[in-house]
Write a protein that binds this ligand. Sequence first.
Ligand SMILES: C[S@@+](CC[C@H](N)C(=O)[O-])C[C@H]1O[C@@H](n2cnc3c(N)ncnc32)[C@H](O)[C@@H]1O
Length: 317
Amino acid sequence: MTARTADGLLREATLRLAASGVATARADAELLLACALGDPDAPGEPDEPGVARPGRADAVRLSLLGSEVTPRVAERFADLVGRRANREPLQHLTGWAGFRELELRVGPGVFVPRPETEVVACLAVDEARLLAAAGESPLVTDLCSGSGAIAFAVASEVPRARVVGVELDSSAVGWSRDNLARLGLAGRVEVRHGDVRRAHEHVLRELCGEVDVVVSNPPYIPPDAEPVDPEVRDHDPVLALYGGGDDGLEVPAAVIATAAHLLRPGGLLVMEHAETQAAAARRLAVAPVWDGAHTVADLTGRPRALVARRGVTHSQP
Ligand SMILES: C[S@@+](CC[C@H](N)C(=O)[O-])C[C@H]1O[C@@H](n2cnc3c(N)ncnc32)[C@H](O)[C@@H]1O
């Protein structure tokens, strides 16, 4: 790269990223320039007074003003763009992933939260909010909690909620506990290291029959459906992707079975799945244990989440 103006750097980077198959080339270039503008040794918190790290708006502003950047920034930017062109996930390079109202630290060893999961989290938030409005303090569990994205969104958006996450991968647990401390939610969110399969018999034993909402984005990809995008295939942890069994539904089925033990009668289950799994997921949540199983679409209209209520007239399955 020869240009040193922000505008020139962004133009070159956008062309390079687009040629490498990055669908959001200009946006990625702007976010990477913002990252390069920051101090790599002291990455500030978003909006933290005094040390706020530069954002995309700063990169755009420099570009519009025709401003030059220092050689050090240009060098850092070139390195980041090269890595992104090799299809390292944008969020691994910036170190951050946006999720609803939050920004979470992410990197190698933890699944990067996705926009479609924001709809799943919203369903859990809405239910918890209704309970809170009725004067209750809803108890929510996030099974397969990864970075903690869903758990933290529910807790931050519903101040009366208490949330318990369960995650098997110790690396992901480390990332999520780091986020938990940063977000100041430690009094209301707990991340437990364990297996959601039969979690009602171990890590969540004391919560049986007490939980108001079980929400989950489990691994669900079938074994023969390797993701096409290198960001996913080569960088998301394997444990976060493949659901097990011939159809990818082994862990999701375990989530549903565990949820049946955890939920109080009338409690709500919300679980993400692949768009090809809607009917199969509904078949895993039938009466009398479950009531009203239905599928909810994501923002692009694809059927992506199972929603069902724990039957009110039956105790444990
Ligand atoms: C698709 S990721 C979702 C992470 C997070 N909920 C999100 O939406 O960003 C699935 C997560 O489930 C975890 N996981 C896989 N099998 C599990 C199991 N048997 N028990 C608990 N967690 C599991 C993976 O390590 C991974 O973090």
